[in-house]
Design a protein around this ligand. Structure first.
Ligand SMILES: Nc1ncnc2c1ncn2[C@@H]1O[C@H](COP(=O)(O)OP(=O)(O)OP(=O)(O)O)[C@@H](O)[C@H]1O
Ligand SMILES: [Mg+2]
Length: 211
């Protein structure tokens, strides 16, 4: 359990979620130096791929050469997360760092649950049974699927990004449902705004946590 009081003594786990191209990586890159300037020790990481083993699993997951069954895909993501939690996230929190993670379990619920159609409770129970750290705060950068994809124009699409629009639409709606279930933790930010405005809102939320 990571308490929100006396933040410099215990870690804080902040995740960034949302569909492709919503701006997760952009916002983390702006936030990390600001937190460091304010005297915090920060760990920036991402999924899938925040460890050496995870990078190999990421290659399998995103390769157009495979079309794994949805159960296989889920378990590959969870295997990647197991390595990431034990090697990066948990140690970071135990060292009292602010861990900024680009995608985490909400992505699994949105993509494998709402997107692929695996049963939500089953996926969520796996997470609970594994006893992985739950984020203290999550920013859901929400924008229409078309807006996200327009921003990725010019980048070659990986296997997941290449899925049909209807899939990404379900994922977006899935994220929004998750935010409704946990409004205290998941802050929805309109990601069609300018990069600067989004960053201002993120910093405002973070200041409310005393950082
Ligand atoms: N609010 C914004 N307005 C306009 N362009 C943006 C905004 N946020 C990010 N971008 C641009 O959109 C592109 C995608 O942003 P970014 O890589 O941060 O998204 P992402 O959510 O990390 O995507 P992915 O899920 O593919 O990793 C980048 O070129 C970035 O500069
Ligand atoms: Mg990114």
């Amino acid at each position: 359990m990571y308490h929100l009081s006396s933040l410099k003594q215990v870690g804080l786990f902040i995740t960034f979620e949302g569909i492709e191209g919503c701006g997760k990586t952009t916002q983390i890159k702006l936030l990390a130096p600001w937190l460091k300037e304010r005297g915090h020790s920060v760990c920036v990481t991402y999924e899938p791929g925040g460890t050496l083993l995870g990078q190999e699993i990421r290659k399998i997951l995103l390769s157009p050469n495979f079309s794994p069954a949805k159960e296989t895909e889920l378990l590959l993501y969870l295997a990647e997360r197991a390595e990431h939690v034990e090697k990066v996230i948990r140690p970071g929190l135990e060292e009292s760092k602010i861990v900024l993670c680009d995608r985490y379990h909400d992505s699994t619920l949105a993509y494998q649950g709402y997107g692929r159609g695996l049963e939500f409770e089953w996926v969520n129970n796996l997470f609970k049974q594994l006893k992985w750290p739950k984020p203290d705060l999550t920013f859901l950068l929400d924008c229409p699927v078309e807006v996200g994809f327009k921003r990725l124009r010019g980048r070659s699409l990986d296997r997941i990004e290449g899925e049909k629009m209807a899939f990404h639409q379900r994922v977006r709606e899935g994220f929004l449902s998750l935010a409704q279930m946990e409004p205290e933790r998941i802050k929805v930010i309109d990601a069609t705004q300018s990069i600067e405005n989004i960053q201002i809102q993120i910093r405002e939320w973070i200041k409310q946590y005393g950082l």
